[in-house]
Design a protein around this ligand. Structure first.
Ligand code: URA
Length: 216
């Protein structure tokens, strides 16, 4: 998909999120928080729901959890300009309560569409609610830091940054888990290289020139 198509489709989703009344969450919010980042991101981070700062700014992970996420990215030499960040629900739940199952279901198609457009190599889930999309019934304390692979993607469950901020005991695990991301990416790149060889002998995507970093 061309960069223009990606940008346009992501903008359409943002418009639909803005107009969405499919669940109660849009009521009493200041802004929708559809998601933000690099339209060619290799990594998509999926959190839970916007908090107060996100609701004010209309952007994901811009409060304390976001600062910690920036710190974690920095540990592997990355910045948020290289990744795409979204949430399971796109409007702030009142008083930061957990999103309800019907709210998650009502919002699911937006996230599914964003993932299909970005087509990342790696989906990093932050906390239980995004983990449940790919690891139903799993316990985060058991599976954090253990990637699951399919033919063209990896799914990597991490603690939520807010949990690590609340409980310093988790920070060691969180930081060790983040540091495995480069090797997981390499593994997925290798898998894709193996499946993208076409009968016409076209170059695999990974041999193409480096991607630019347009942000949506
Ligand atoms: N916590 C989340 O799960 N998402 C945000 O965007 C901010 C905090």
């Amino acid at each position: 998909m061309s960069a223009d198509d990606r940008t346009q489709k992501l903008a359409q989703i943002a418009q639909q999120v803005k107009a969405c009344t499919a669940c109660r969450l849009y009521q009493n919010t200041r802004n929708p928080v559809p998601g933000h980042g690099n339209i060619h991101a290799e990594i998509m981070f999926i959190g839970e729901a916007p908090g107060e700062q996100e609701d004010i700014k209309g952007l994901p992970f811009v409060g304390r959890s976001g600062q910690y996420l920036d710190y974690l990215l920095n540990l592997i030499g990355m910045s948020r300009s290289q990744v795409f960040i979204a949430n399971v629900v796109k409007h702030r739940p009142p008083d930061n309560r957990d999103p309800a199952p019907d709210e998650i279901i009502a919002c699911k198609h937006f996230l599914d569409e964003q993932i299909a457009i970005i087509d990342p190599l790696l989906i990093v889930t932050l906390g239980r609610f995004s983990m449940a999309r790919y690891f139903p019934d799993a316990k985060i304390s058991t599976i954090h830091g253990k990637p699951k692979y399919d033919e063209r993607m990896a799914y990597y469950p991490l603690y939520h940054p807010a949990a690590a901020l609340r409980n310093p005991m988790l920070r060691h695990d969180m930081e060790a888990d983040i540091k495995r991301i480069p090797s997981i990416l390499d593994e997925v790149r290798q898998k894709r290289r193996n499946i993208i060889i076409t009968p016409s002998g076209d170059k695999p995507e990974s041999d193409a020139p480096p991607k630019q970093l347009p942000l949506f």
